[in-house]
Ligand binder design. Structure first.
Ligand SMILES: *Cc1c(COP(=O)(O)O)cnc(C)c1O
Ligand SMILES: [Zn+2]
Length: 416
């Protein structure tokens, strides 16, 4: 049974029917899904959730579907790793990695939002799924549409990583690469959505899509034994994920699933595209759009739709925001791989880099629990590491050549 009540304007509170709508016609505020929490409280408790299969649908009462999901059954419930080696490297006491680099099926947190948006689009009778994407959304829309027999149109900036492009076209999706930034792609897509009547997961389906991100937060709470970390660092592109993690924590508290919400939420961006962090640091309510220039292409949104609300989450929770350079991003990708064996994409380098900065600044104390959100897989952004990591030593298949290598310690140290 569905507990979804209506769509509701975040600004003026006007309610709308549960259709493919995303903007308030009175005040242009964004629409958000509202729920019948009293009914959910009766249906959901810790024991009930724990009995269910390990995927994001274990929290289905809190997701905006009328019936059962029809795609993405295996998405979510990714590992929350206690990062002991990284704790030592950073000199902190309790650090976790929430690892959506291994989300199913396309190795990023976007599989969560797409599973919800596509299932909802099908309930509303759409036959074509579409999106404007910085890469990971493209992969997930293409894969999930293929898996449920829908056709898909994916719009991307033409300078995206090759891996993210091929990781979309392989599913047979119609991919259109636009000469321009993500923000220009997005603007075009708003026009296409109106004209062609497709379900754009992050435009006309955005209120439903965004709710999928809450499961990232629910899982952290459950995996920590029904409590929250003191600090969580979250990467920001459009700023949706960070606001929905906060909503997830609040909802769990409303439902009595956790005792209190005393988590400080920190937003992470790349210096080459940090409009939200800049506004936060300047104490400005206004997010000034920028033209992105960073290797963290998945986060390269210069005009973030949820910028205002994500800044508010950081302020309301007592957290903060920071940004890191491309060199710092690569350094943190390597640190995570070398200490924990987790290969995150550039966005993961942004998050860990910012976490390190905030620890150095003493904004995050060393003796309290910290979660670092890894949202995408390093195999998808290999080109960012060209020339930045070790290359193999090449020899002929002769023992003498290997002996020579060991004796001279050429290339890199060979342990014997
Ligand atoms: C899209 C994306 C994000 C952030 O998403 P928003 O909800 O738009 O802030 C973070 N990490 C990765 C890897 C992404 O692809
Ligand atoms: Zn309104």
């Amino acid at each position: 049974m569905s507990h979804m009540k209506a769509l509701k304007c975040r600004e003026c509170g006007k309610e709308y029917p549960k259709e493919a709508l995303h903007v308030c016609e009175l005040c242009f505020g964004p629409l958000e899904v509202s729920y019948e929490y009293e009914a959910i409280k009766k249906a959901l408790n810790r024991k009930e959730i724990e009995k269910r299969p390990p995927n994001m649908w274990r929290y289905k009462e809190l997701l905006p579907l009328e019936g059962e999901p029809t795609v993405g059954f295996e998405v979510g419930y990714t590992p929350l790793i206690r990062a002991r080696n990284l704790e030592k490297a950073l000199g902190v006491k309790e650090l976790y990695i929430k690892n959506d680099a291994v989300n199913f099926p396309t190795l990023s947190f976007k599989d969560r939002v797409v599973a919800v948006a596509v299932s909802r689009a099908r309930e509303l009778g759409f036959t074509t799924i579409a999106c404007a994407s910085t890469g990971n959304l493209a992969n997930s829309v293409a894969a999930n549409s293929a898996a449920c027999g829908m056709s898909s149109y994916v719009f991307i900036p033409s300078d995206l990583e090759q891996t993210k492009i091929q990781g979309t076209t392989v599913y047979g999706s119609n991919v259109v690469a636009i000469r321009g930034t993500y923000d220009e792609v997005n603007r075009l897509c708003s026009e296409i959505a109106g004209k062609y009547g497709w379900a754009f997961v992050n435009i006309n389906m955005r209120p439903y899509y965004a709710e999928g991100s809450k499961t990232f937060g629910y899982e952290i709470a459950e995996q920590l034994g029904w409590k929250l970390p003191k600090h969580i660092v979250v990467p920001m592109a459009g700023g949706s994920l960070i606001t929905k993690i906060w909503k997830a924590f609040k909802e769990f508290h409303t439902l009595g699933l956790i005792d209190k919400v005393d988590t400080k939420v920190y937003g992470a961006q790349a210096t080459g595209c940090c409009p939200i962090v800049t506004a936060l640091k300047e104490g400005s309510e206004l997010i000034r759009p920028v033209r992105p220039n960073t290797i963290a292409k998945s986060l390269a949104i210069g005009n973030p739709a949820d910028g205002f609300y994500s800044a508010k989450v950081m302020k309301d929770s007592g957290g903060w925001g920071e940004d890191v350079s491309d060199d710092e991003i690569i350094d943190s990708m390597k640190l995570l791989a070398e200490t924990e064996g987790v290969f995150a994409e550039t966005a993961g380098g942004v998050t860990l880099g910012v976490a390190r900065k905030l620890i150095e600044q003493k904004r995050i104390p060393r003796d309290e629990s910290i979660v670092v959100s890894v949202t995408g897989n390093g195999l998808k952004t290999l080109e960012a590491l060209n020339g930045k990591i070790r290359t193999p030593v090449v020899i002929n298949a002769k023992l003498s050549e290997f002996d020579e290598l060991v004796a001279t310690n050429k290339g890199y140290a060979v342990k014997v």
